[in-house]
Design a protein around this ligand. Structure first.
Ligand code: NAD
Length: 248
């Protein structure tokens, strides 16, 4: 049984990591996917990895560009004939100690992680059907677990989490579900590219590292697929923490 037969999905961040894995998983279960990413090459690579029975339509868009998002969501609804599910995965990361945190970094992190997510929600809600519409927003375990040298990133993901919880309450009357998913450490280009300046005290990381190691992006994609599916019909306004028990 394909849980996403004829289901129209708008997915961001599909050009890499978790977003790519979500595209592969959802298409394998039959989804019609309109996929946004700012990177054309990544989207093309994902398109080559996705196989049916679903469909994958790539569309280069920067989620921080309001006009581009308005146009991309309208294009998605036109191309797919509506939007049933929105999955916000696009996000960026920065590591820096507080002493060197810049206003530019703060603006950038909030602009992509929070503003991008919020814009996509606002625009997709013009199309999501009452009764069955679903929004899945990828936050991070950093939203609720102290994570050294990631204050700005953590705060931006905390914002995604609280935005999602309030949106779930706001949309409950329309019976549209909103589910924030918070991964722990996932093996993707985002984490392999992490660089810590010399001399930082990294002992704390031992306390928040999972004994299960890093997740594979497909393990997060499986949870995204569950949250977006009718199997999760009574799940809304509650965070799913997928961190391999790292906070325990
Ligand atoms: P990734 O870097 O592999 O993929 C992120 C994708 O988002 C890239 O394809 C990138 O081009 C796209 N993107 C970034 N900014 C964009 C913009 N302005 N407009 C459009 N697309 C944009 O990262 P990932 O590890 O797959 O992370 C995906 C999401 O999961 C992010 O929101 C990240 O914060 C979150 N997350 C990741 C981890 C982890 O350990 N990897 C843990 C918790 C949460």
């Amino acid at each position: 049984m394909n849980r996403f037969d004829r289901v129209k999905v708008l997915l961001t961040g599909a050009g890499s990591g978790i977003g790519r894995a979500a595209a592969i998983r959802l298409a394998a279960e039959g989804a019609q996917i309109f996929a946004l990413d700012r990177g054309e090459e990544g989207l093309a690579e994902t398109a080559g990895l996705v196989s049916g029975p679903g469909r994958f339509v790539p569309h280069v868009t920067d989620v921080t560009d309001e006009q581009a998002v308005v146009e991309a969501v309208a294009a998605a609804a036109g191309e797919l004939g509506g939007i049933d599910v929105l999955v916000n995965v696009a996000g960026i990361h920065r590591t820096t100690p507080i002493e060197t945190l810049t206003v530019a970094d703060l603006h950038l992190l909030f602009s992509v992680n929070l503003v991008g997510t919020a814009l996509l929600c606002r625009e997709a809600l013009r199309h999501l059907p009452d009764g069955t519409g679903v929004i899945v927003n990828v936050a991070s375990s950093a939203a609720t677990q102290g994570t050294p040298y990631m204050t700005a990133y953590s705060a931006s993901k905390g914002a995604v989490l609280s935005f999602s919880l309030s949106l779930a309450a706001e949309l409950a009357g329309r019976r549209i579900r909103v589910v924030p998913i918070s991964p722990g450490t996932v093996a993707t280009p985002l984490t392999s590219g992490l660089e810590f300046p010399e001399g930082l005290d990294l002992r704390y990381f031992g306390r928040i590292r999972s004994l299960f190691g890093s997740a594979g992006p497909e393990q997060i994609a499986a949870v995204i697929a569950f949250a977006a599916s009718a199997d999760a019909g009574y799940l809304t306004g509650a965070e799913i923490l997928v961190d391999g028990g790292s906070g325990t």
